[in-house]
Design a protein around this ligand. Structure first.
Ligand SMILES: Cc1cc2nc3c(=O)[nH]c(=O)nc-3n(C[C@H](O)[C@H](O)[C@H](O)COP(=O)(O)O)c2cc1C
Length: 171
């Protein structure tokens, strides 16, 4: 799939089939995250890949809005370091956003659907994922093949209209 199709095909998917994602595709998705740009090349992320059904189920309890991730074929838990410094926190989040998007677009290009979820219960996340103290789980990216319709370009996305968003030369 070309880049434009991968971009326009990505959507939030919360319902997945049992079809497994081939290992090489999952690895390519993770590699896309690893290659993402970050401020001063700090690469503030670690990715914990969860495929075990029981662990996926437990992980889905970290936030009511993440319950559907229990049905994913794989979930990438994105881990960041704790910091009290506001600037570092913002940069980390910005960097992770780029890595997350890069992984989701790569997934989409491979016909793999993705869905993001927040993570609220850090105690549970640490118990399930085993990340060290001084870290937290910032985002879950659930992956799999969609249960409703295949990954394909969306003609009319639910978005603000182009001319409302884009300003040329001056707002
Ligand atoms: C940072 C972030 C956190 C999100 N958290 C959740 C979540 O906890 N649960 C959920 O179901 N969707 C979550 N979403 C998905 C958004 O609701 C979804 O991306 C948005 O409605 C746009 O839909 P689309 O991705 O299909 O274009 C999150 C998205 C982002 C970017």
């Amino acid at each position: 799939m070309d880049t434009w199709n991968a971009v326009t095909s990505r959507r939030q998917v919360r319902d997945f089939t049992d079809q497994p994602i081939p290992e090489e595709n999952l690895r390519q998705i993770l590699e896309a995250g690893r290659r993402a740009p970050s401020a001063r090349n700090s690469q503030p992320w670690d990715f914990v890949v969860v495929r075990d059904r029981d662990r996926l189920q437990r992980l889905s309890g970290v936030w009511p809005g993440a319950s559907w991730t229990a049905g994913a074929n794989a979930t990438i838990a994105c881990i960041l370091t704790d910091t009290d410094d506001e600037r570092s926190r913002l940069l980390q989040r910005f960097d992770l956003g780029q890595a997350a998007m890069q992984m989701m677009i790569t997934a989409s290009g491979l016909g793999v659907a993705s869905g993001q979820a927040a993570c609220a219960d850090q105690e549970l996340a640490a118990e399930v994922l085993g990340f060290p103290t001084g870290h937290h789980c910032a985002l879950l990216i659930a992956l799999g093949y969609p249960g409703d319709r295949p990954v394909r370009p969306i003609r009319m996305p639910s978005r603000r209209v182009f001319d409302d968003v884009v300003h040329y030369e001056k707002w």
